[in-house]
Design a protein around this ligand. Structure first.
Ligand SMILES: *Cc1c(COP(=O)(O)O)cnc(C)c1O
Length: 403
């Protein structure tokens, strides 16, 4: 057997958890701090305004020791009463997943399914809201970027639609994959509740989640009857004593990591963070355009305007996608994302999907390495593909950054 070339620094290019910056790892490598006073307490107080800057809101944010599924539940538990109707806008696995959590809490989801290859169709949402003459729908749940399909939804248009119809439902948005990658404006876009996690665009190891909410959502909390003590956001944003921020022991080392990550994001600047993700996503897409000429690969989302800048979901003739992922990991030290929800798992078709994560701590040389490695794998495996993809991506970045 030929010796492998995978020894060296491994690259995890999956759509979350994302690459952890060395500076974040180093910030976490320290002795345990006092959790009652001093440095850690000051650090936590400083996180809230900076989390709000990243979420583009002047309202509230509650921190949970939880993953994305945890804050899905927290957001719903604080705003819904049992039996409430919620309108679920599904453009992939994650939209359906959030709707299932609502159902589990005793709400009544009405699911509008837009399939796996399309964004939210606003005309269908408008019809559903207009049909709701008694305003039984209490919340509209949408996913900004569905990580399974890589569809990016137009949340600004959704916010305008709800406002234009004068419908009182809360607009609740999952930005777990998109925050710190794709442009998102909580207040300007009319979003009442937004949830995110720390392990994607926020570049921190998995384990913390965030629920952002405005005053309209805070008012909904008063009639919510699903909420249990741990998930209640009231004291978490307005604690009498420090431990109430977390309803227990603070996630000490994660907080140091997050502090460092927020410093990196805010030093770069939100506009620059969004721009970097946009250019790097486009470089990958130039390469995919060329590979696709071979007939074995295509975008899951055909329209670039509806694609996320954080993740790209791809379709290949089965079993090429699995072969390519395995080659990249075993032979080159690059882990690509598996397909999610586009075919039954373990079916022959499930070997025809993969995803590239390009979120968070990624730069041009890393993205050129992902492209070059995929190009190499396609050649090593004799998978039909157009040639010149790496060249096209290089030319695209060069054109953007010419000095
Ligand atoms: C990753 C992700 C989730 C789930 O987050 P977990 O931390 O795995 O629970 C939910 N929604 C979206 C859009 C995601 O990308």
């Amino acid at each position: 057997m030929t010796p492998k070339l995978s020894q060296g620094r491994h690259y995890l290019a999956i759509p979350g958890p994302s690459v952890i910056p060395d500076a974040v790892l180093q910030a976490m490598h320290r002795p345990a701090p006092n959790i009652y006073k001093g440095e850690l307490v000051d650090l936590v107080e400083g996180l809230f305004p900076d989390l709000c800057k990243v979420g583009r809101t002047s309202h509230h944010v509650a921190i949970y020791i939880a993953n994305g599924h945890g804050v899905w539940e927290a957001a719903l538990a604080n705003t819904l009463a049992r039996g409430d109707k919620v309108l679920v806008l599904a453009t992939g696995t994650f939209g359906h997943g959030w709707g299932d959590v609502a159902e589990g809490l005793g709400a009544r989801p009405q699911v509008l399914d837009f399939g796996n290859r399309s964004d939210i169709d606003m005309s269908r949402v408008g019809e559903a809201l207009k049909a709701d003459v008694n305003h039984e729908i209490r919340a509209v749940l949408a996913v900004h970027v569905d990580t399974a399909t890589s569809a990016r939804n137009d949340i600004a248009a959704l916010g305008r639609l709800i406002a234009d119809l004068g419908h009182p439902a809360l607009l609740m948005v999952d930005c777990i994959a998109s925050l710190g990658c794709d442009r998102f404006e909580m207040d300007d876009w009319g979003v009442d509740v937004m949830v995110t996690g720390c392990q994607k665009g926020l570049m921190t190891p998995p384990g913390m989640g965030f629920v952002y909410f405005n005053d309209k959502a805070a008012a909904a909390r008063d009639r919510a009857n699903c909420v249990t003590p741990y998930w209640d956001w009231k004291r978490r944003v307005d604690p009498h004593v420090f431990y109430e921020y977390f309803f227990g022991t603070a996630p000490t080392h994660h907080l140091y990591g997050l502090r460092q990550a927020l410093d990196m994001i805010l030093t770069e600047g939100m506009q620059n963070v969004w721009h970097r993700h946009e250019v790097l996503a486009n470089a990958i897409w130039r390469a995919i355009d060329i590979w696709s000429e071979g007939g074995s690969m295509e975008f899951n989302m055909a329209d670039p305007a509806k694609r996320s800048h954080a993740v790209t979901s791809l379709r290949m003739t089965a079993p090429f996608a699995t072969q390519l992922r395995e080659w990249a990991e075993d032979q080159a030290g690059l882990t690509l994302g598996i397909g999610l929800g586009l075919a039954p798992s373990n079916s022959p078709q499930s070997h025809g999907f993969f995803r590239i994560g390009h979120m968070g701590h990624v730069n041009a040389q890393m993205i050129m390495s992902v492209i070059g490695t995929i190009d190499t794998g396609l050649k090593a495996l004799n998978i039909p593909h157009g040639s010149g993809a790496t060249e096209a991506a290089a030319q695209y970045i060069a054109d953007q950054q010419s000095v």
